[in-house]
Design a protein around this ligand. Structure first.
Ligand code: DGI
Ligand code: FE
Ligand code: FE
Length: 195
């Protein structure tokens, strides 16, 4: 992969995001870098994935849908009802074709940062978790506990975040993306199988 200039990428992303979203992006970027240090992952790749994870967030919903249709990216029922979910898939497309990222692991970290997926790489887990725990977040009373846990056990943190997300979405029709459920079931199973 051609070398990515992180400072240059940061400047480009800043131009596409409002102030609050860009602050969040920086929070995810540095939190992902810290988790990468903890789990022996390349910190540059963690920062690149963090900078890019919400790169399609500030497109209008119409733009997200039309980009996915144009690029033959599948839109499931949940995404059709909640087009904001498409910022992950659309973001992976832009990361590759607008920002020139060829690293499949980084692209997957962007693609699955909202729902997760069974069998995530360490980098994918890091971005998913960093998105939830970055310092600017203030959406869950359990954040202090999850922030601590993130630096101790990625899989357990993943499960706790998915559990909170599923219970938040529970009972709302067409709300739960099948992938979010599959990710949770997969990691619960892995946890049960651990000695
Ligand atoms: O883009 P961000 O706001 O930084 O974070 P994100 O991409 O993780 O999106 C967060 C939102 O996504 C949060 O409100 C929970 C929601 N979410 C996660 N999984 C699902 C979901 N929403 C729906 N409708 N269905 C899901 O399966
Ligand atoms: Fe996101
Ligand atoms: Fe995010």
């Amino acid at each position: 992969m051609a070398r990515v200039d992180i400072a240059e990428l940061r400047t480009k992303i800043k131009k596409t995001q409002d102030k609050k979203r860009f602050e969040h992006t920086l929070g995810v970027t540095y939190t992902a870098a810290c988790l990468a240090m903890c789990y022996d992952v390349d910190t540059e790749r963690a920062q690149i994935a963090g900078l890019l994870h919400d790169c399609a967030k500030c497109l209008s919903n119409d733009k997200k849908v039309s980009l996915c249709k144009k690029q033959s990216i599948e839109i499931n029922m949940t995404e059709a009802k909640n087009p904001f979910l498409l910022h992950a898939k659309a973001g992976a497309y832009l990361a590759e074709h607008k920002y020139g990222i060829g690293d499949e692991d980084i692209l997957n970290a962007v693609r699955y940062h909202t729902t997760g997926r069974p069998g995530m790489s360490t980098l994918e887990k890091i971005v998913f978790i960093a998105d939830y725990i970055e310092p600017g977040r203030d959406h869950s009373a359990r954040l202090p506990e999850l922030r601590r846990l993130a630096f101790q056990d990625l899989d357990r943190t993943l499960i706790e975040i998915l559990k909170d997300t599923l219970s938040y979405l529970d009972g709302l029709e067409n709300e739960i993306d099948p992938m979010t459920r599959r990710t949770y079931d997969h990691y619960i199973k892995i946890m049960d199988e651990k000695p």
